[in-house]
Design a protein around this ligand. Sequence first.
Ligand code: NDP
Ligand SMILES: O=C(O)C1=N[C@H](C(=O)O)C[C@H](O)C1
Length: 255
Amino acid sequence: MMIKVIISGFKGRMGSTAVDMVNNDPELELAALIDPYTTEKEVDGIPVFNDKADVLGVAADVWVDFTIPDVAYANTKFAIEHNICPVVGTTGFTEAQISELIDLSQSKKIGGLIAPNFAIGAILVMEFAQKAAQYFPDVEIIELHHDKKKDAPSGTAVKTAELIKETRTYKKQGAADEVETLPGARGAEFDGMRIHSVRLPGLVAHQEVIFGANGEGLTLRHDSYDRVSFMGGVNLGIKKVVNLDTLVYGLEHLL
Ligand SMILES: NC(=O)C1=CN([C@@H]2O[C@H](COP(=O)(O)OP(=O)(O)OC[C@H]3O[C@@H](n4cnc5c(N)ncnc54)[C@H](OP(=O)(O)O)[C@@H]3O)[C@@H](O)[C@H]2O)C=CC1
Ligand SMILES: O=C(O)C1=N[C@H](C(=O)O)C[C@H](O)C1
């Protein structure tokens, strides 16, 4: 069965890469493209809309979303309400939003995926970090991204910290009497861990999870050098969600 895909945010860095991925897979077909500002009415015969409500006349199975946080939350809700399975890469969802969307998907029996990172290497780093944190409770996360990124910390860093929290014995890190002589010097705090965000031109998406203990250290690092690194995960997500009856948070649930 051909899977019909809507891509919201199709003119962006990730959305445009996803358009190429769908066009190169004979099992997938573009159903519609969404961007709020474009004046184009179609691209290569695919209808283009400015508003999500306009896609309702289009037959579609999956809604791929690479937009911005507030828009992505409303889009995901809209997709589920209209029986379209969301595959969402947009980051910045709150815990409350994710749990509300999971409940909604279950009440409608609609599959879906919210994945802060679609690259297999990034998923493995999260898994390894979760294991390492059982033995190394002292950990700092450094995420490094291109300087056009709107949200900080990255969704991947937040998800990594959430997974570490599940296995790490709580500890507030650093000296009890440490003082920031420049505010922000110690980064953001998540459950006693620190997360640092670097933004530089030339970078794509990178993350280090650094563990320290008496006389030893362990560093896990992942690099996305190209946005094509995310496309295997997006493709897998599209093909899996159509057979699910719940939304899941994290690509690891589908591997
Ligand atoms: N899960 C993953 O593996 C990955 C996730 N991401 C995440 O994906 C998101 C997008 O990243 P990226 O592609 O780099 O960002 P871009 O800024 O390149 O793309 C976002 C696009 O969404 C458009 N947009 C804004 N509002 C709407 C709307 N209401 N409807 C449809 N489109 C809209 C923007 O238009 P305009 O620019 O005109 O405002 C822009 O074209 C971010 O949240 C990022 O963190 C990124 C990489 C990998
Ligand atoms: O904005 C990006 O580029 C990326 N965003 C995601 C995030 O916030 O974790 C995934 C990846 O790191 C690239």
